[in-house]
Write a protein that binds this ligand. Structure first.
Ligand code: ADP
Length: 477
């Protein structure tokens, strides 16, 4: 089985979100199961990116009425998985991956159109025709469209599209269509047209052989108007080729037994040592150690439920003695509100606004309960990480959160490991945190059972990889 994973960002070369985590971890798990897996991405030049490699080849790509050159560098993940980095200065020599100062680049249609076409040319240039071209999100969506229009007789690969977050679709002015070298016949409701614009992700939804999202529940949710962002109709229509495969987390990185970034290592047998981490976190944040700690590590954006969480935290401050540790960055209004909360209640709330990987590790281990009150959550990694570290999560019952967390009130065979709430309201969020608080303070043995149940769950990429291999086989046989 030969698979080419196409992604605009890949850990450890470039990352803005969960897509990069998956594009970096899934190939390792596939390789371990014998798949000839390779990865291709653009060469970003932004300050936090490390897109370096040895020169491999170069070729011309007919694009936007001229011949653009694609220079290909080769590197690897862990010395085992070949990674091809496509360089083109016009399109990728920029300070940001997709934009700057909160504004998208206005030629993103061309940048990622070029990338997608160059990926197909690379397959021909290297004579590497994979069984499956595994594309991810709107940035590589045009691979499916170009393949159907120009390469069907030369590249026999099947195409799998993974949707990591349906909110981002790559919607552009239709006048880009001729510049992308595509005919107006594609400007059709059944193809790329989307409310008078062109929609890259819709193109891939139509032209891919299979589609998956990153959890079974999100695969169902995106077929409804509430979660579909305008694509629910077409997804429902094409649901015979729509699957849900839960993401995993990288067990090499997220392991309480070996994590070099936490204060004290431990595992399920030495769980009492987790408390040392709490003690240190209490010192670090200047919060009283003998209280229940709730933690949050998140992008501070609408999706993540900050509008219900902030009033719910205020209620918790009123009715309990719990403390809160926040880490995140994102929309200025949420950054301000979180910072304000920590100033107003400095003996109960500590916050850092920013991105800080080391502190994130320390919060996952140092708090007693972890908060994920998302409005929607395609899969969510943070609840899986917190469970792996023995920190029960309090989550909204949506998407991957619904699939991975088991509440004691649910009728499921697995042991409970956290708390869930349904309604997207501050009151429901508060009630869930209060429930957690009551169990934590009144029934330590129940709480401990939840901690160990979470730690014993298997969130490794190995099971996800098996599901992907089944799907690759299904579409390529
Ligand atoms: P999304 O991709 O929607 O942001 P996920 O739950 O899939 O959400 O992935 C979030 C990842 O980013 C996790 O690894 C989490 O630890 C990390 N993360 C989020 N915010 C921060 C932050 N401010 N500092 C450090 N890591 C963060």
């Amino acid at each position: 089985m030969k698979v080419l994973i196409v992604s605009s960002e890949v850990v450890p070369f470039a990352k803005t979100g969960g897509l990069a985590d998956v594009a970096g971890a899934l190939p390792k798990a596939l390789k371990a199961k014998g798949v000839d897996v390779r990865v291709v991405m653009p060469k970003h030049d932004c300050p936090n990116c490390k897109c370096e490699g040895e020169y491999l080849t170069h070729f011309g790509v007919e694009f936007d009425g001229r011949t653009e050159t694609a220079v290909v560098l080769e590197t690897s993940i862990d010395g085992k998985i070949p990674v091809y980095i496509i360089d083109n200065k016009n399109f990728f020599s920029r300070p940001g991956l997709y934009g700057e100062s909160g504004k998208d680049y206005d030629d993103n249609a061309l940048r990622f159109g070029f990338f997608s076409k160059a990926v197909l040319e690379l397959c021909l240039n290297m004579d590497f025709i994979p069984d499956v071209l595994h594309i991810n999100d709107w940035q590589s969506a045009m691979v499916a469209v170009y393949k159907k229009v120009f390469y069907e007789d030369k590249i026999s690969s099947k195409v799998l599209l993974t949707i990591h977050n349906l909110q981002y679709q790559g919607v552009f002015d239709p006048l880009f269509l001729p510049r992308l070298g595509l005919g107006w016949d594609l400007f059709d409701m059944e193809k790329l047209e989307f409310y008078g614009k062109i929609n890259f992700l819709k193109g891939a939804i139509v032209f891919s052989d299979a589609i998956n999202t990153v959890s079974p529940t999100y695969a169902k949710e995106i077929q409804t108007p509430e979660f579909g962002y305008g694509l629910d109709g077409i997804l429902k229509h094409l649901n015979y080729k729509l699957y849900g495969i839960l993401n995993g987390i990288d067990y090499d990185v997220w392991n309480p037994k070996t994590d070099p970034l936490i204060w004290e290592n431990y595992d399920v047998q030495t769980l009492e040592k987790k408390q040392i981490n709490k003690k240190e976190l209490a010192k670090y944040t200047n919060l009283p150690e003998n209280r229940m700690f709730f933690g949050l590590v998140s992008r501070l954006v609408d999706q993540k439920g900050l509008d219900i969480l902030i009033p719910a935290v205020k209620e918790m401050i009123k009715y309990t003695d719990a403390c809160f540790v926040f880490l995140g960055s994102g929309q200025p209004e949420y950054e301000e509100e979180v910072a304000k909360l920590s100033k107003e209640f400095s003996d109960r709330v500590w916050a850092k606004i920013g991105y800080d990987n080391e502190l994130a590790h320390k919060i996952y281990v140092g708090v007693d309960a972890f908060l994920v009150p998302s409005k929607f959550e395609p899969c969510g990694l943070t609840q899986m990480i917190s469970m792996r570290y023995g920190t029960p999560p309090v989550v909204r019952n949506t998407g991957g959160l619904a699939d991975t967390v088991v509440d004691p009130n649910e009728d499921r065979p697995e042991a409970p490991c956290g708390i869930k709430f349904d309604d997207y309201t501050a009151h429901a969020c508060f009630a869930a945190m209060k429930r957690a608080y009551e169990i934590y303070t009144s029934s330590p043995s129940t709480w401990r059972d939840w901690m160990t149940a979470g730690m014993r769950k298997d969130f490794s990429f190995s099971s996800s990889a098996e599901e992907y291999i089944k799907l690759y086989k299904k579409i390529s046989s």
